[in-house]
Design a protein around this ligand. Structure first.
Ligand code: ATP
Length: 370
């Protein structure tokens, strides 16, 4: 296995007279054995990044290393990485056994009986031994997915590159395969870059996640760091479901308050220190941190200066929790509250936005400042 490093990698495509910067000066170090998830919205440059590592796309600038070896100029078959595609890319006329053996026959001098053994061992690991003599057309989506994985595993590569490998599966199978893939990756201890646009997949699978937007890297950190300490407004909005609530505010240093058109929010000294001399800010509060305060008990650790009267618009019951959409003036935002807390649509309630849970961003740059 090996560490995988992207060093100032850029990819530009020429589209007629237009130049598209698909990947813009991206540097990431993936540790040996690490599971890194590359996530971001459609068109942010995830697949292009992966394809450059695999050698299916050239880099315009920058270097790619496996340990200390630069690989960006090697042809795909000499990179010692194995890619698993969303479409599985199995050969329809070959059996599962032939599909899995194909890469080994092409790229190694392994004797036939050793190839057979490797394929059978891997098939056993993936619980597809009984499918070895079938063709891809005779398999379910989930089974084809396993064969595609098996084909990558038999090659015993230095790194796995996975491009949305679970997105063609139904929700239940997808969640089962998520767990299984994590277990496999852990057992095999192979450095892995896994591309997805699904933030739940990123949060649950990655040792760390790298978030891309518009070809630029926004943050590389553990899932919990991205959730609790988003580097900027984009990450704050992308990670977390429902998204973080945001309010445009101005900081008034004379009163030590944030002032928006529907909100006035006094700040303690430590938060004011982080703001410094900035004035145009965005206040963020995760829906999970918004509390709807009812009885006296709820108010014990509430601060009246951070309470606001809101109108309840919609209650979405989810069983263990409810998502509640409320309006403050003309500003609508979400709260996630315990399922047992009963809330009625159309009534006025009081919400508490605890200061310990607030995020502040510079409105001009989007950078997190608190
Ligand atoms: P998705 O999740 O939709 O697959 P993505 O994040 O993987 O998106 P890419 O496929 O890497 O995004 O594309 C990044 C940008 O580069 C997009 O604007 C895309 O249109 C552009 N692009 C990708 N391949 C080419 C190409 N061969 N020629 C021109 N532009 C391209």
């Amino acid at each position: 296995m090996a560490a995988l490093t992207l060093d100032h990698v850029t990819k530009r495509f020429q589209d007629g007279t237009d130049e598209i910067v698909a990947v813009d000066d991206v540097s990431i170090e993936v540790a040996d054995g690490e599971f890194l998830v590359l996530v971001g919205p459609s068109g942010c440059g995830k697949s292009t990044t992966l394809r450059m590592i695999a050698g299916l796309e050239t880099t315009t600038e920058g270097s790619i290393f496996l340990d200390d070896e630069p690989i960006a100029h090697r042809p795909p078959q000499r990179r010692d990485v194995a890619m698993v595609f969303q479409s599985y890319a199995l050969y329809p006329h070959m059996t599962v056994r032939e599909n899995m053996a194909f890469g080994l026959e092409e790229s190694t001098s392994m004797p036939d009986d050793r190839i057979r053994e490797t394929v059978e061992e891997t098939a056993q690991m993936l619980d597809i031994s009984e499918l070895l003599d079938r063709k891809p057309g005779e398999l379910s989506g989930g089974q084809q997915q396993r064969v595609a994985l098996g084909r990558a595993i038999v090659r015993d590569p230095q790194a796995f590159l996975m491009d949305e490998p679970l997105s063609n599966l139904d929700a239940k199978l997808r969640s089962e395969m998520r767990t299984e893939l994590q277990r496999l990756q852990h057992d095999l201890d192979v450095t892995t870059i896994y591309v997805t646009h699904d933030q739940t997949e990123a949060m649950t699978m990655g040792d760390r996640i790298a978030i891309l937007d518009g070809g630029r890297l926004q943050q590389v950190a553990t899932p919990l760091e991205c959730y609790h300490q988003p580097a900027n407004l984009f990450v704050a909005g992308f990670i977390g479901e429902p998204s973080m609530n945001v309010f445009d505010v101005t900081y008034d240093p004379a009163d030590g308050k944030l002032v928006g058109d529907t909100i006035e929010y006094p700040l303690s000294q430590s938060v004011r220190d982080d703001i410094g001399d900035r004035t145009d800010l965005v206040l963020g509060v995760r829906p999970e941190d918004v509390r709807i305060v009812g009885g006296r008990e709820d108010r014990l650790d509430s601060n009246p200066a951070h309470e606001f009267d809101v109108t309840v618009d919609v209650v979405e019951p989810m069983g263990d929790q409810n998502t509640v959409y409320v309006t403050l003036g003309h500003h609508s935002f979400a709260a996630v509250i315990p399922g047992l807390q009963s809330i009625t649509e159309g009534v006025t309630e009081t919400v508490h936005l605890p200061e310990s849970a607030i995020h502040l961003f510079d409105a001009r740059t989007g950078e997190a400042i608190h």
